[in-house]
Design a protein around this ligand. Structure first.
Ligand code: FES
Length: 146
């Protein structure tokens, strides 16, 4: 390994250590291995919310027998918003509309375990986007029933 490689390795380790401190182990692991990311074709519910910070999150939900069978998210926001979107999408799985209304800022934050103080609103953005996707599902579902 040449000196530049060693320098870059060191730098990466420092960044990872800082991220681990800031995000906690669970958030750090999710940041390293993002899950549920990406757009979904023909979702049953689609939420799109822009937070006060200017970042936008989208949540896509697919339902089977009135319960979420697939979920995904995209965001153009910070690492904390990606982690929040990922956990929020995961939280929706298997839930019916009534249970989805229980997904709040606190639920997302509790599931992550920890976010830097300045990024806690990112969990709120994810929760609001889930509620927006649920709203979309309810509107479409109501139209289907008529
Ligand atoms: Fe905007 Fe995290 S979502 S700073």
């Amino acid at each position: 390994m040449d000196k530049l490689d060693a320098f870059l390795d060191n730098l990466q380790n420092e960044i990872f250590e800082e991220a681990r401190q800031a995000l906690g182990e669970k958030g750090f692991q999710r940041w390293r291995n993002p899950r549920f990311g990406g757009r979904m074709e023909n979702p049953d519910g689609h939420g799109r919310v822009t937070g006060e910070c200017g970042d936008t999150m989208e949540i896509f939900l697919k339902f089977k027998d009135n319960r979420v069978s697939h979920a995904s998210y995209v965001t153009n926001g910070c690492a904390s918003s990606a982690i929040s979107g990922s956990f929020a999408a995961e939280l929706t799985l298997g839930k019916d509309p009534d249970e989805l209304t229980d997904i709040t800022d606190e639920t997302v934050l509790e599931t992550i375990g920890r976010l830097p103080e300045k990024d806690q609103h990112c969990a709120g953005l994810a929760a609001r986007t889930v509620q927006d996707a649920l709203n979309d599902y309810m509107i479409r579902h109501r139209d289907c029933k008529q």
